[in-house]
Design a protein around this ligand. Sequence first.
Ligand code: SF4
Ligand code: FES
Length: 369
Amino acid sequence: MTGRVAGPGPEPPLALLAELTHRCPLQCPYCSNPLALERAASELDTATWCRVFDEAAALGVLQVHFSGGEPAARKDLEALVAHAAGQGLYTNLITSAVLLDAKRIEALAKAGLNHVQISLQDHEPRGADRIGGYAGGHAKKLDVARLVRAAGLPLTLNAVMHRQNLDHLEAMIELAVGLGAGRLEVAHVQYYGWGLRNRAALIPTRAQLERATEIVTAARARLKGTLVIDYVVPDYYARRPKSCMGGWARRFVNISPAGKVLPCHAAETITTLSYESVTDRPLAAIWRDSPAFQRFRGTAWMPEPCRSCDRREIDWGGCRCQALAIAGQADAVDPACEMSPLHEHLTAIAAGESGAPAPEFTYRRIGAL
Ligand code: SF4
Ligand code: FES
């Protein structure tokens, strides 16, 4: 059973993102995994993950998102889902789907899986398989999406959008409706990790973005009651930053395949912080008082103008990893904010790169760099 109790220290996290593995048959050039991918030999074993889910439930976590890499690359996925579900945790599988089949979907449903999220690279096989770097992937995803619905599980599709597929957005929305998804996440690529590396090949023009926003607005009205559409816009064209992760160490906790406890998926780019492992200390202790979690929690760390801004408890100062990537300092004002001295620089990057021919992708794989 979960128990969210008020007490000294920070509120417990709402959700745990369990990155079970970095192994994945796909090679998406915008993957949120770090550039330095972990190998299978360093992955936590089944018993350790189960202990982590026990600790998460005791801490007050409500949801576990099974992610990767491709979480189905782990043969013990079904056992891990069953264990987390047995602890009363809501379980969500975030998957490329290409390693799943009818037997595994049935086993996952029996294990107590509550929800499935499948990523889509494009609306048709040629473009999708090129972007994902995996032949036959798109057709397989559609088959698995139908199996998920046939098993009675709710389905969300994640459409990661960028300059090379944004003009197909209407077709992707129709695909989601046809597959019986209840929700579609239209998420523009965020530029850290592999996405940052491939930014020039991915960043859309402002005109492309504006057209996409119109399409989403119209589709939301048209499909009310059929399909919920979430929409994540790219920071580079924003005037205010997003509330990244709902605030550093406020709502979410990530655990890497080797057990490192992180406030977000890109946190390891901030090399001035050191992250503790579930193999060394209990999750609750790390969440409560690890220096890396405390570093940007709340508002006391903020520079001006964030410190006296009336949005400081709305966006929590934006994204620390983006501040590092663009300003070179994790404690700088997020350049997505108009108040940052680097905001114009960010806009100029977007205009310059999106207006030039797209370079080849650097696909995400061990040894690609
Ligand atoms: Fe957010 Fe800081 Fe910009 Fe205010 S100044 S909107 S808190 S990033
Ligand atoms: Fe790390 Fe935004 S991705 S704080």
